[in-house]
Design a protein around this ligand. Structure first.
Ligand SMILES: Nc1nc2c(c(=O)[nH]1)N[C@H]1C(S)=C(S)[C@@H](COP(=O)(O)OP(=O)(O)OC[C@H]3O[C@@H](n4cnc5c(N)ncnc54)[C@H](O)[C@@H]3O)O[C@H]1N2
Ligand code: MOO
Length: 341
């Protein structure tokens, strides 16, 4: 940083705000820190009584904060992302569509080990909407060594884009309601409307609903029937726990389900089952999905609809932060409930 005459400062980066005060009217920055001084600015500086200013000289190998932040954002952004104009060394990234936010967290961590720059994002694997602000890149000083930005660009080039929004692809969904009490008409089914509402929010519809009693063979036969009818996702509700009439996991297994997990480190949702039959997701939804506002189902549904095939390790990563705080007004996914790493 050095002090120079304003006439000699064209092309340099202003290191401090310059305030304009119009008595009785206004007070505010006429020029902001980080401004690149132009020929036309000179009379305005002189009118403000500034004959000298503190500047950084832009020279080979050193770049301005705005350019640096923009280059980082361009390097990191993949599909369905829009970049805002750089300002004060920061670039904001927004979602172009409603979809699943994917962050390459390991690569993000490596980038953030570089001094003098930062990249911050929302949590991985969460649902975002068109125009949701999903990330920001920023430079800490006013100017930065270009090598640091090149390093970020090289990492992103090698690893692929590290911030993406994947579209949700609606699935033709069948729901199988289990439970003798519902089957025999002792109580009314409350699961279907709740699940249907959650599916609708994601652009999915239930094409078939079947109510079956607690019978392994019937559950298995209905799953197979739904598959034959072209189901692209099957949800089997209730009967997921430990009493003698809880037969849903056995029914899904009998239908040929390859079990990814029975049990997840998420509350509510501990008794959830994830399985696939010939690539079609078959989910066992425990009772909590019906009575709790947010559960494991809300965490996994957007991931499934993005086309992701979930593994046991995806579920294992949900444990840290896997405890819903049951806030009076649910703000999920704008809360600490984990959506996966
Ligand atoms: N001793 C234990 N008890 C419970 C455990 C456990 O591990 N040990 N787990 C708890 C957890 S966690 C959950 S979640 C619940 C529910 O598990 P299920 O999926 O087996 O639910 P059900 O027993 O079938 O039903 C519970 C409750 O909800 C009513 N229900 C079920 N389906 C419908 C429907 N479609 N419409 C209306 N109501 C429905 C059902 O009648 C029961 O009252 O288990 C905990 N207990
Ligand atoms: O599957 Mo149960 O929440 O843990 O409610």
């Amino acid at each position: 940083m050095k002090s120079i005459r304003v006439e000699d400062a064209v092309g340099s980066v202003l290191c401090h705000d310059i305030t304009r005060i119009i008595p009785g009217e206004s007070k505010g920055p006429a020029f902001k820190k980080g401004h690149i001084i132009t020929e036309e600015d000179i009379p305005a500086f002189l009118d403000l009584g500034k004959e000298h200013v503190f500047v950084w000289e832009v020279k080979e190998g050193i770049i301005h904060e705005n350019e640096a932040a923009e280059r980082m954002a361009i390097a990191a952004a993949g599909e369905n992302i829009v970049l805002m104009e750089p300002s004060e060394g920061k670039v904001t990234l927004k979602a172009k569509i409603k979809g699943l936010l994917k962050i390459d967290v390991a690569t993000l961590n490596i980038i953030n080990e570089t001094d003098e720059l930062m990249m911050g994002t929302l949590r991985n694997n969460r649902l975002v909407y068109k125009d949701t602000i999903i990330a920001g890149t920023k430079i800490i000083p006013l100017i930065i060594d270009e090598e640091k930005i090149k390093r970020v660009e090289d990492i992103c080039q090698k690893q692929g884009p590290i911030i993406r929004v994947l579209p949700l692809l609606p699935k033709r969904t069948a729901i199988i309601i289990t439970g003798n009490e519902v089957y025999r008409g002792r109580i009314k089914d409350s699961f279907t409307p709740i699940v249907a509402k959650k599916l609708k929010k994601m652009g999915c519809e239930i094409f078939k609903q079947t109510i079956v009693d607690d019978n392994v063979d019937k559950i298995a036969a209905t799953v197979l029937e739904n598959l034959a009818e072209g189901a692209e996702m099957i949800l089997v509700t209730g009967g997921m726990s430990v009493d003698p009439d809880d037969l849903t996991p056995a029914g899904i297994k009998k239908a040929g389900g390859t079990i990814v997990t029975y049990g997840t480190p998420v509350l509510p949702g501990a008794m959830f089952m994830m399985s696939y039959i010939n690539g079609i997701p078959v989910l066992g939804l425990p009772g909590c999905v019906m009575y709790s506002k947010t559960t494991i189902f809300d965490i996994v549904l957007p991931r499934i609809l993005s086309g992701e095939v979930l593994q046991k390790s995806d579920f294992a990563q949900l444990g840290h932060g896997g405890l819903c705080q049951k806030c009076k007004t649910c703000r999920f996914p704008d809360c600490a409930l984990n959506t996966g790493n």
